[in-house]
Every structure is written in C-alpha cells, then in structure tokens.
Design a protein around this ligand. Structure first.
Ligand code: ADP
Length: 517
C-alpha cells in the first residue's frame, strides 16, 4: 500500500439524546456533554477558518502559486479517493501527504490551509442537498477542517523547526524533520479527533486508540515519505515533478478504494450467504425435530395399539388351554383371536406399505381393465360379518351395472376395504353404512357414507396425514392413523382424487374418483 490511513471524523453516531427535543427528559450529563461538544466544535471550526483565512492572506506572497493551486486541487482530489475502513472512523487517503508536502514548499500556514480546504472539497462532494440537517453538516465540516487544518499546521511548524535546527546536508538529516513532523501531526490529529468522538458518541479515547493504533505507523510513513518525495520532486522538476509523483499516487489510491469497496461488497454477500445457510440449517433442524416427534408418536401408537390385540390373543389362548369348553365357545374364542390377528396384520401391513410409499420409489401399478362396481360389491360383501357383529346395516348395490376402469385392482381393493372398514369402525352399534359406485362424466365415483362418530371440523383438514387420528376416537377403536394416508397415496398414484365430508356425531362421507380410460 503506497498511502496511509488517517483517522477522520466521518460518522455522526451521536446518542439519541443529543437530538431529543424535550430537554427535561435528557439526562443532565448528556446535556452538558452536548454543550461541551458544541463549544469544542465551534473552537475547531474557528481554528480551521482562521488557518484558511491566514493562508489566503499569505497567498500573494507565495512564489509559484500555480503549484500551490495544483497541490490544493490534488489534496481535494485525493480526499475523494478516500476509502473508509474499520467502522467508518479510519480512512485511507493520501491527502495528508499532499498537505504535508505543502509545508515543505510553502510553510505550515499554507499546509494547514490545504488540509482544511481539502476537507471543504470532500464535504461539498459528499453533500446531498435533500433532507439535510444543516446544523450537523456544518458542524461536521468545521470539525474536520479544524482537526486537519490544525494537525497539518502543527506538523508543518514542527517540520520547519527541525529543518532549521538540523539544517540540510545528508539524506538522514533531511528525512528527520519529515518523520518528526508526521508523528506530531498524526498525534494531534488523533487526540483532537478522540475528544470529539468522546463528546459526540461517548467512546473513550483509549478505545479509539486501541482500535485504530495499527493505522498510526502507516499514516506517519505516508505523510513523511509522501510529503518529502513530493517536495523533492517539485523542487527538482517543478510542475512536471508534481505530476510524476502525485498522479500515480492518486491512481493507486483510487484503485485501492475500488478494491476495498469490492471486498466490502463481497463480505456483505458472504454475510448474506451465511444468514441464508443459518436459516436453512434452522429449518432442517425444525424438520428433524418434527420427524423425531412423529417417530415418538408413532412408537406410542404402535405400542398402544398392538398391545390390545396381543393381550386379547394371549388371554383367550390361555382360556383355550386351561378350560374345558364347548365347541361353540371354542369357535367364538377362535374368532376373537383371528380378529385380533387381523388387526395386528393390518397394522403391520400398513406400516410396511407406508414404508414403501415413503421410500421415494414411485408406486408400481399393475393395471388391468376390471369392473369397479363388481369389485366394490365383492369387497363390501366380505365385510358383512364385521358389520353384523356391530349390528350395522351395510347397504350396497347387489346387482351393480358394470363400470370398467383401468387400474391396479389389488390396490383399489385395498382402498375400498380400508374406507369401508373405517366406516364400520367409527360407527356405533346399530348404525348405517351405505356404499355406492357411479359414473360421473369421465370419472368412476366411489362413495361410502356412515352415520357414525364423524370428524370434528378442526381435525378434518389433516385427516389424510400420517398418524393423524381423531383424538376422541382413540378409546373407541384401534388404529395407527396410517390407513387414510396410504389410501390417499394409492388414489393419487392412479391420477384420482379423494375427499371427505364429515360432521361430528352426524357421520362421514368418503368419496374417491378414478378416471375412466
Ligand atoms: P386408523 O383407522 O388406523 O386410526 P386411518 O388413517 O384409517 O387410521 O384413519 C385416521 C383417522 O380418521 C381415524 O383414527 C379416525 O379418527 C378418522 N376416521 C377415519 N374414517 C372415519 C370415519 N368413517 N368416520 C369417522 N372418523 C373416521
């Protein structure tokens, strides 16, 4: 880096209290800090103005004022290539070197004037005319020109003093005044700035020092070497020397600014990406949590629902073993045992089926043309005994007109079986279940209607979700909440649709439609 950072008062992050209109609510300490700040700003502004006026008064006395004008122009130009670094308080600019060079050529007053005018130039360039808070803007200008005017002026005075004391002879003697001047100028700059930062933002000078001290050596080097070289070049080559030395510096300052700004943009993009990734991770965690919950509730359902038929098989099994029973009693018990086994088998089948559906492998359909109406009749018939056990009237068309569909018959049978057994399961004794099949346009429609427990409106939207069971039904019938999820996947695999209408304690109607092709 061929130029150095310079701490600058660029940010107005004053505590809200400073702008608070109602003074009574502002703590006393902050009011007094604000007053002190305003007083301090005023002193700096007057100092800056004084140096500028003084410099202008001396203007006619300078020999070769065109070079001074050019240096002033360069000082302004370099200010606008300034790059803000850490927190906006440190900026990289070669303007300090140029102003300091003015000290070598025209003396401390001209140097201070150049620094203050460079601030004015920067201020004008950064000014947006709309919605301006003029008081603060002027204060910013006054403070910055004051700080830089005074610090470069002091650096110039120290430089001139040491040059006179040491005289010029060899390279080392020539360099020392530049270094000492730069160190003093940098420190004056730092302390004047720290005071205003403390008064405006309450940040202690120690903290500003800690954060920005890395910039000090660079600033000193750039001011001294830059200032010295520019002076040397002008003395040796006049205007040409100025151009040879300053232009590359300005260009490299500008390219540095572009690089830093690009890096900043890159950082912002990175931050954005990190935020997005964090969000995605949080989402994934949520999903994982939901999956864990699902797994837990599934295990709870399984243990509960498998235990009931298992207990009944075990109980009736020991009765068969231990007691003398009539043939009739034996048949009855065997029936209960077989029923319980059916229930267990259904649970296991459902789990296996769902496992298959979830594995992501598309459902394989073994399609054939068959009579859906006949399939419905036969399946319903097979459930008649189940209906009889609960004294439920099971209505269905005994001689249906054929409805030919092209589908996977065993899967559709599964769907029909599931829907009708649900209707029987969730309808109390002596209820009514009606099954019908019909054609509507290009669709075959299957409807099963019951006058059973029904489904509460708030649980209806999620009834086809896995493990979803109506809370009030858990003590009424055994189940896993998997049947309807499977039914839905199977119907959708056939490009069909399934729907439900239900009212609590009135009954439910499940309907599916399959395209006829
Ligand atoms: P399972 O019957 O094994 O619990 P399903 O997925 O087949 O699982 O059904 C999910 C839930 O939907 C059932 O637990 C029950 O609460 C409700 N349900 C299903 N069919 C009916 C129906 N015909 N009438 C009332 N509720 C029903």
């Amino acid at each position: 880096m061929s130029f150095g950072p310079e701490i600058r008062y660029s940010k107005w992050e004053m505590s809200a209290a400073i702008d608070e209109p109602d003074e009574k609510e502002v703590p006393q300490r902050q009011v007094s800090l604000r007053n002190t700040r305003q007083f301090y700003s005023a002193i700096l502004s007057v100092a800056g103005l004084f140096i500028v006026v003084w410099g202008l008064i001396l203007f006619p006395k300078y020999e070769n004022p065109s070079i001074l004008l050019l240096l002033l122009f360069f000082a302004i130009a370099t200010q606008s290539t300034m790059t803000y670094l850490v927190g906006g308080n440190v900026s990289v600019s070669v303007s300090g070197a140029i102003s300091f060079a003015v000290a070598g050529l025209y003396g401390p007053v001209a140097a201070g004037m150049a620094a203050a005018i460079a601030e004015l130039g920067l201020w004008l360039l950064s000014l947006r005319l709309k919605n301006r808070d003029w008081y603060h803007e002027l204060e910013r200008l006054g403070v910055n020109s004051g700080i830089h005017g005074v610090s470069i002026f002091t650096a110039g005075v120290v430089f001139v003093f040491f040059r006179q004391v040491l005289g010029s002879g060899n390279f080392v003697l020539d360099a020392i005044p530049w270094f000492i001047g730069a160190i003093v100028g940098d420190q004056v700059n730092f302390w004047l700035l720290s005071i205003i930062i403390f008064l405006a933002n309450g940040v202690k000078p120690k903290e500003v020092w800690r954060e920005n001290r890395w910039a000090i050596p660079m600033n000193v080097l750039v001011m001294s070497i830059g200032g010295g070289l520019i002076t040397l070049a002008v003395i040796q080559f006049g205007l040409l020397g100025l151009a040879i030395f300053v232009l590359p510096i300005i260009l490299s300052a500008y390219s540095f600014r572009v690089t830093v700004n690009n890096a900043k943009k890159q950082m912002e993009k990175l931050e954005e990406m990190v935020t997005l990734r964090t969000q995605a991770l949080a989402d994934a965690n949520h999903k994982l949590e939901a999956l864990h919950k699902e797994k837990d509730s599934f295990l709870a359902v399984l243990t509960h629902d498998m235990r009931t038929p298992l207990t009944s098989i075990r109980g009736y099994g020991s009765i068969l073993r231990d007691r003398e029973l009539t043939r009739d009693q034996q048949t009855k018990i065997a029936k209960v045992i077989l029923n319980s086994q059916d229930t267990l088998l259904e649970i296991v089948n459902n789990i296996l089926e769902l496992e298959k559906l979830q594995s992501g492998v598309p459902i394989l359909l073994e399609t054939s043309s068959f009579d859906l109406a006949l399939l419905v009749k036969n399946t319903t018939e097979s459930l008649e005994t189940q209906a009889l056990e609960k004294n439920i009237t099971l209505n269905y068309d005994q001689i249906p007109s054929p409805i030919i569909v092209k589908a996977d018959m065993s899967k559709i049978r599964r769907v029909i079986l599931n829907l009708i057994s649900n209707a029987l399961k969730y309808t109390p004794e002596s209820g009514l279940v009606s099954v019908k099949t019909e054609v509507n346009g290009r669709y075959a429609i299957f409807v099963v209607e019951d006058n059973g427990y029904g489904i509460p409106a708030d649980e209806l939207p999620t009834i086809f979700d896995r493990y979803s069971r109506v809370k009030g039904h858990r003590h009424l019938a055994i189940g896993t909440g998997l049947g309807l999820a499977i039914v839905k996947s199977l119907i959708e695999a056939h490009n069909g649709e399934i729907s439900v209408q239900s009212e609590e304690n009135v009954g439910s109607t499940f309907t599916f439609k399959l395209p006829i092709n």
